[in-house]
Write a protein that binds this ligand. Sequence first.
Ligand SMILES: *Cc1c(COP(=O)(O)O)cnc(C)c1O
Length: 378
Amino acid sequence: MNDSHPVDDHAAPHTAPVAVSPRTRVVAAGRPERAPGAALNPPVTFTSTYIADGPTNYARVDNPTWTPFEEAVGGLEGGEALLYSSGMAAVSAVLALVPTGGVVVAPAAAYNGVVVLLTEAVAAGRLEVRWVDVTDADAVVEALTGADLLWLESPTNPLLDVADIAGLTLAAHEAGALVAVDNTFATPLLQRPLEDGVDIVVHSATKYLAGHSDVILGLTVTAADEPGRALRERTARHRTLGGAIAGPMEAWLALRGLRTLALRLERSCANAADLAARLADHPRIARVRYPGWGAIVSVDVAGTGDGDGALEAETLASGTRIWSHSTSLGGVESQLERRRRQPGEPETTPVNLVRMSVGVEDVDDLWTDLRQALDAIG
Ligand SMILES: *Cc1c(COP(=O)(O)O)cnc(C)c1O
């Protein structure tokens, strides 16, 4: 994890030549060229087609509204980004790189959409999947023999397991496998996997990058070198032909949301650290899962009597007034949910686990609200 904000020497977008810190970059990147009378913000382009003989002739291939957001996120990750209609569309574009019959090594406790997608690919005979615990590096390395793709998520959703990205990437490359990292939970402000040699970074931009729970979007990011560009070419082709493209309005909203990423994350991470400590002292909390950074905290709720805690977890999740009882994460507003109520949630997630996405509200208000909901369990 890179939790400092060092001067970075990635190629800055041409519109922000002096932006060196990611905190500045989120504000400055993806702006129109400065000129007298020019707009400060990029326009939204609503079109399905373009006049012939230009660089693009149809809007399933490209839209100028995607470009500033792609440039901004690509710059933050130290690579080149492609925007998709959702995080799952980005995941699908990456999995399509694996040939039929290919082998994927993936966390058993990954995001549920990825687990279900891979499970169905196995059932259809399209892929072989070796499920691993990403915290057990030896087991991951052992599973890599003959693999085509190592899929990592770190921290994982919702157990918050952290993988040794650099070490596992080295081992995967020795085994001849590509490495993809779902960086949704960390964001490029806390972790930049391309710097560890990872081939493809994946985001659900629905979450922190857009940050306001008002759009569904995804991204892939690849290195700005020959192998990276070859992968980008293949995933771009999948986007064009599969058709999982972003609407221009969503792309514009995501760039506006990205402007405050550093501010939002600073407050959310500070709130999460504070709440993780307070939760650990509450008698209704059996376990706090928090890697020591980031803005997600998961808790295992203690059962009353002989219960497994599932009912008590539901009581907590439905008993808050400031926290919203809703799925998803990464917005300005605090949200919580008992994860196993989602169909397809892997059994690696305990039935009594509540995932908390800590927002930017006043931390004492958030704690007061949580405490009254916990106290109400009885
Ligand atoms: C939400 C999420 C996804 C899927 O993204 P969508 O934008 O909902 O399609 C993938 N990975 C992680 C870690 C997520 O949290």
